[in-house]
Write a protein that binds this ligand. Structure first.
Ligand code: FES
Ligand code: FES
Length: 160
């Protein structure tokens, strides 16, 4: 089946078997390997991307279900000049990653949260990210990073 969608602002058109997941098509057809795969059954959160602005598990969604949608992956977070998104910078500054395997999913889940709740409480950040598993960091640095980015984005929007 033909799937036509927008990925990180670019129109894409791919022929896919109906059984293929969005994660596989992003990685294998479009070369967007920033979206990781871990459990492949909706538990670990590493495959999280935004579809029409909301966080989804790309391992649980068929690519054909994304037809006509707008998808954002971790590759779409940085500015066109390559400048990191404030969330990405905050993960670096606050030790929000070690091996980096969970990081794309954490970033996308956090981005979804910051779009919906400006700025979330520390407890809210913990609850929202509880569906994303990290084996390395102990989570504190991740929560610190999201809190810092939320503050920065909130002060930017107040200045507008
Ligand atoms: Fe999708 Fe684990 S790979 S939730
Ligand atoms: Fe290694 Fe999270 S940084 S799994």
């Amino acid at each position: 089946m033909r799937v036509e969608f927008t990925v990180n602002g670019r129109r894409e058109s791919v022929d896919v078997e109906p059984r293929r997941t969005l994660a596989d098509v992003l990685r294998e057809e479009l070369g967007l390997t920033g979206t990781h795969l871990g459990c492949e059954h909706g538990v670990c959160g590493v495959c999280t991307v935004l579809v029409d602005g909301g966080a989804v598990r790309a391992c649980l969604m068929f690519a054909v279900q994304a037809d006509g949608s707008s998808v954002t992956t971790v590759e779409g977070m940085a500015a066109e000049d390559g400048a990191m998104h404030p969330l990405q910078r905050a993960f670096c500054d606050h030790h929000g990653l070690q091996c980096g395997f969970c990081t794309p999913g954490m970033l996308m889940s956090a981005l979804d949260l910051l779009h919906r709740v400006p700025p979330p409480s520390r407890q809210h950040i913990r609850e929202e990210l509880s569906g994303n598993i990290c084996r390395c960091t102990g989570y504190s640095g991740i929560v610190d990073a999201v809190e810092a980015a939320a503050r920065e984005l909130n002060s930017l929007s107040e200045a507008d």
